[in-house]
Design a protein around this ligand. Structure first.
Ligand SMILES: Cc1ncc(COP(=O)(O)O)c(C=O)c1O
Length: 400
């Protein structure tokens, strides 16, 4: 990875203050152009939602709004409030995720959000009661835990025993109960197979499966139409720099072929994308405070660790890494440095789990240089252990 020029310029400006550097830098231009591009190439009926769990920073919400995302996928009341504050009308919100509290469902109903994605029968009955008491009818999708697992994905959301949705084989028993709930308006299905998928064929397989389920439902239940189908998120990014990025055009072409094949023209399809939209709009930048040899392997200690950037440790992968050299004077003769070797990067936390990168080859680095981790715009600060050891929260800088 190369550090983009605008990111490096900002880092050098920040470094001039003399303070220890530990921050996220965001440039949402890539996110904006991805939304624009997806809107251009996707089949008619596909609507792009930003899954704000990837990065709830106001700059990312503004980028989604300005680039013309259809709306926001929310998974909590906190997210709903942030999305509305950023300018999204509640009617542009779709609400997913297990364990929605009565208060959260009440907010959804009161504010007229577009769809609530039911994750269980309990949730269906709870929502129905709330909507009935409010004298409203709520549009819902039913989330299915398909009997299908994308083994090579970073995180899977369906297949086997899962907390997400209703098992596919229980559909025949569950759906009639949901259809009987008078304050819910069943609009269709939500099946989200996996996150971080680079193989287009795998995600298309999921689409085909859902189309098959929709057809079956329509055959089994007279008068029921699945007019809205949510494929979830899942478009991957190339963390390992293999030069095999997700190919959205191949996905769009494959989806169009499926729509044609199933005669599903005129229906609505949701894509709720997080990682693919946000990842390459952010960099985690942290100063190297110490370098030491431990039994033949250099340990590189940075100002921020999993408290600020937990993803590499949580997912056991290395993110792309570059160094911004600061050429600081050594503190003493014999101070360790890195010269063309594979090393370990960690943070300042008192746990062996505090890993930023393992066995990563670095050409040259010294104490005082800045380690820049790329593809950190998605699931960066937002999924980190911020409170652990009570370090100061990293700054988040947005480039113009
Ligand atoms: C329901 C739901 N939708 C969308 C997403 C976003 O997924 P991705 O970042 O893989 O696009 C997630 C991620 O966990 C999710 O749980």
């Amino acid at each position: 990875m190369h550090t983009p020029e605008n990111v490096e310029t900002r880092l050098r400006r920040l470094a001039a203050s003399g303070e220890t550097l530990n921050c996220y830098i965001y440039d949402t231009a890539p996110m904006r152009s991805k939304i624009t591009h997806l809107k251009e190439i996707m089949p008619a009926g596909v609507e792009i939602f930003y899954a704000m769990k990837a990065n709830p920073h106001t700059a990312f919400l503004a980028a989604a709004l300005e680039a013309g995302a259809k709306g926001i996928e929310i998974a909590s009341l906190g997210e709903a409030e942030k999305a509305v504050a950023a300018g999204f009308d509640p009617a542009r919100l779709i609400y997913t995720g297990p364990g929605k509290s009565p208060e959260e469902l009440q907010w959804a109903v009161n504010n007229g959000i577009r769809t609530v994605h039911i994750e269980s029968l309990t949730e269906a009955y709870r929502l129905n009661g709330i909507a009935a008491a409010a004298g409203k009818t709520q549009d819902v999708l039913l989330r299915i835990n398909a009997d299908f697992d994308i083994h090579e994905a970073q995180t899977t959301f369906s297949g086997g025993s899962k907390k997400f949705g209703v098992d596919e084989e229980k559909l025949a028993a569950v759906l009639p109960q949901i259809l009987a709930l008078k304050s819910l308006n069943f609009r269709g299905l939500h099946v989200y197979a996996a996150s971080g998928v680079l193989n287009v064929a795998n995600l298309l397989k999921n689409c085909e499966l859902v189309f098959g389920m929709a057809k079956q439902i329509e055959a089994d239940f007279a008068g029921v139409i699945c007019d809205t189908i949510d494929f979830g998120g899942g478009f991957g990014v190339d963390y390992l720099e293999t030069d095999h990025d997700f190919n959205p055009q191949a996905y769009a072409d494959g989806l169009q072929a499926l729509i044609d094949c199933y005669g599903f023209d005129g229906r609505t399809f949701f894509l709720e994308l997080g990682r693919y939209l946000a990842a390459d709009s952010g960099w985690f930048c942290t100063e190297i405070l110490d370098i030491k040899d431990s039994r033949g392997i250099k340990q590189v200690i940075c100002a921020g660790g999993i408290n600020h950037f937990r993803r590499p440790a949580a997912l056991a992968i290395n993110h792309p890494l570059a160094l911004v050299r600061m050429h600081r004077k050594k503190l003493f003769d014999g101070q360790e440095d890195i010269r063309a070797e594979s090393v370990y990067f960690g943070g300042p936390l008192c746990t062996g789990a505090d890993k930023l990168a393992n066995d990563v080859f670095v050409e040259a680095a010294d104490v005082g240089d800045i380690a820049v981790f790329g593809l950190a715009g998605a699931y960066g600060l937002t999924m980190s252990n911020m409170e652990f050891l009570s370090h100061e929260r990293p700054q988040e800088y947005v480039l113009d």
